[in-house]
Design a protein around this ligand. Sequence first.
Ligand code: C5P
Length: 275
Amino acid sequence: MTVNSVRRTARAKVNLTLHVTGQRADGYHLLDSLVCFADIGDFIDMREADALSLSVDGPLAAGVPTDERNLVLQAARLFGADKGAAINLSKHLPHAAGIGGGSADAAATLLALAELWDLPLPEDVVRLGADVPVCLSPMALRMRGVGDELSVVPPLPELPAVLVNPRVAVETPPVFKALTQKENAPMGVVPECADVGVFAKWCAEQRNDLQAPAISIEPTIQDALDALEPALFARMSGSGATCFGLCENADSTKELAKTIRGKHPDWWVVATNFS
Ligand code: C5P
């Protein structure tokens, strides 16, 4: 069926765990991460057009490039097709934030263009970013290799959560560079459990190996973790600076988000659910 406009949500990616287990000769790091997705995201809207174009709007559009640096345009180029589309990216997620904003946008663009142009997905999408493959199937997955090896995990319990970004952009390469110990133990076996409390305890036994190096570069991340202290469990996602706290239920997420917003009105704070 031919379509002439498509809308997709680019959900925020969260690394519940992020173990760095080694480094390849080309400098890329080997990861072992349990990835899930929040129920909030950016929106990609596109329609048929003669040329390829990108506009960016939304509450967090400031500072997002609209030129070829934007992964949305790089994703479109990967099709190698001489086709046009007018794409709008509505930015609701902070960028350079460890929640895959750029990768999620790129993945949503790939899926939307495949539909609009009636073409198969391009190969080797990991070239766009380590998180692009996982963002193509936004569900809980174990991510290994450099982000390209995905495997299914047991169903996760309901995960009410609060996301906090202290409004500092953190670039990923310096964080990996600040990690001195590159070979670390892999993630444990993901438990099959229906209780967020039990799951939070398991998470606490795992790690994000990038958390300490990111805090050494941007100490405000520790403030975000401290603010999430009342949660069952709190940790940084990706290379930061966004942190998440798992909570008992939806009411406790709303309450915690309200408290944090009250103390830090300039931070990005969202009560959400992970799945
Ligand atoms: O792929 P992405 O754009 O997210 O990666 C940004 C940077 O993070 C890379 O250029 C690289 O320096 C580092 N990185 C890495 N190993 C990975 C993923 C990213 O060293 N598996």
